[in-house]
Write a protein that binds this ligand. Structure first.
Ligand SMILES: [Zn+2]
Length: 62
């Protein structure tokens, strides 16, 4: 999954993708006992700005 976004901060076009699986999972507030979802982030490889963050399994937050 390659994105062609540009960093709004420094204009760098090399956007890397990060996955927080394991440590920084996001959990639904309503149902803390369910499993959470890993967060996927699009990160500027130049300045480190996080352009976008989303959970991998949004259906778990319904
Ligand atoms: Zn940047």
């Amino acid at each position: 999954m390659i994105k062609s976004d540009k960093c709004p901060k420094c204009g760098c076009e090399e956007i890397g993708q990060g996955d927080t699986y394991g440590e920084g999972s996001m959990f639904p507030i309503k149902s803390r006992f369910k499993f959470g979802s890993p967060i996927i982030a699009d990160i500027c490889t130049e300045c480190g700005y996080i352009i976008e963050m989303r959970v991998e399994k949004p259906e778990k937050f319904k």
